[in-house]
Design a protein around this ligand. Structure first.
Ligand code: PAP
Length: 326
């Protein structure tokens, strides 16, 4: 008789064969799964996550479309939640571990591991547990939707997100035959064939949920976080039911969290200059420029027209808009 996991692998293989498939960017292929394009190196982990993950009411989920500020928001959320456990900025875990290591991706956590070992490890994690995900809202596990856990979502203007994604994909696959020229990549981005895309549906899924259930989903924008980090760090802490006290504010706790998680600080840490995370992606590629508006250095007039039209078509009327310059 086949073991449970053997049976599952067989079912996954059959499922994969039935899914529409496209060439990937960072991954080899993308599968159209539950309405989103799931990278082939994530699909097993995503299916196992949906089937096995049990959320706790105290969990916090940092959700994002790739390249929207995930590394940054994971660091900020971890630092905000754990500020009493790790009050000294000299031996903070963020100085010795990348935020993706401290805040693991639910999409990848079950990837190749024995499910039972993983579940027991997860249930023994210190609470509140903080996880990340790139999975669109409708495909999150039922237990995330039904429990009282909270979701902090970050999105970023599509121009910078696209450039960041395209450069990252080419850097992690420097010798790949799959390298995309920027115009072809933009075509795919606009069509939605990008890992976890279409981008628009990803954003709109969390946007609508943040309006319908504001205590469950907090919707942030990269550009606004950059412009007024102090305000949004306080906002995240309030949302997570751990507001800063007056004493903390006057002691500069907010500023020290912002500094600890700043682009310059994180990029220059030895632990972020070498080594890999999750799917063997180089950690150094997570820190490129960290600016708003760098896309102008890559877009031709025709590309500007194409993406502007697509953004208007997909997001017009939704109430969602972005700053695209500093
Ligand atoms: P991921 O989806 O692979 O986790 P993510 O962290 O969402 O990537 O996005 C990476 C972008 O955030 C990069 O943008 P860029 O290519 O335009 O430069 C990266 O530089 C930026 N970034 C990383 N850390 C920070 C930070 N601490 N503050 C601001 N931006 C950051």
């Amino acid at each position: 008789m086949a073991s449970t996991e053997g049976l599952q692998a067989y079912e996954e293989d059959n499922l994969l064969l039935s899914l529409p498939k496209e060439k990937g960017w960072a991954a080899r292929h993308l599968y159209l799964f539950q309405g989103f394009w799931c990278p082939s190196n994530f699909i097993e982990g995503v299916i196992k996550f949906q089937n096995h993950f049990l959320a706790k009411d105290s969990d916090v989920i940092v959700a994002s479309f790739p390249k929207s500020g995930t590394t940054w928001l994971k660091a900020l959320t971890f630092a905000i939640i754990n500020r009493q456990r790790f009050s000294s900025s000299h031996n903070h875990p963020l100085l010795t571990s990348n935020s993706h290591e401290l805040v693991p991706f639910l999409d990848f956590i079950f990837h190749a591991d024995n499910i039972h070992d993983k579940l027991s490890h997860l249930s023994n994690m210190t609470e509140p547990r903080v996880f990340g995900t790139h999975i669109p809202f409708p495909s999150l596990s039922q237990s995330i939707k039904e429990s009282n856990c909270k979701i902090v979502y970050i999105c970023r203007n599509p121009f910078d997100t696209f450039v960041s994604f395209w450069i990252f994909a080419n850097k992690i696959n420097p010798h790949s035959l799959h390298q995309l020229q920027i115009e072809e990549a933009l075509e795919n981005y606009c069509k939605g064939t990008i890992g976890f895309g279409p981008t628009w549906e990803h954003m709109l899924g969390y946007w609508k949920e943040s309006i319908a259930t504001p205590n469950k989903v907090l919707f942030l924008k990269y550009e606004e976080l950059k412009e007024n980090a102090n305000f949004y760090v306080k906002r995240v802490a309030e949302f997570l039911d751990c507001p800063f006290t007056e004493e903390e504010e006057s002691n500069g706790v907010i500023e020290s969290i912002i500094n600890l998680c700043s682009f310059e600080k994180m990029k220059n840490l030895e632990i972020n200059k070498a080594g890999t995370f999750d799917r063997n992606y180089g950690k150094k590629y997570l820190f490129r420029k960290g600016e708003v508006g760098d896309w102008v250095n890559y877009f031709s007039p025709a590309m500007i027209e194409k993406l502007s039209k697509t953004v208007e078509e997909k997001l017009g009327g939704s109430g969602l808009s972005f700053k695209t310059s500093p």
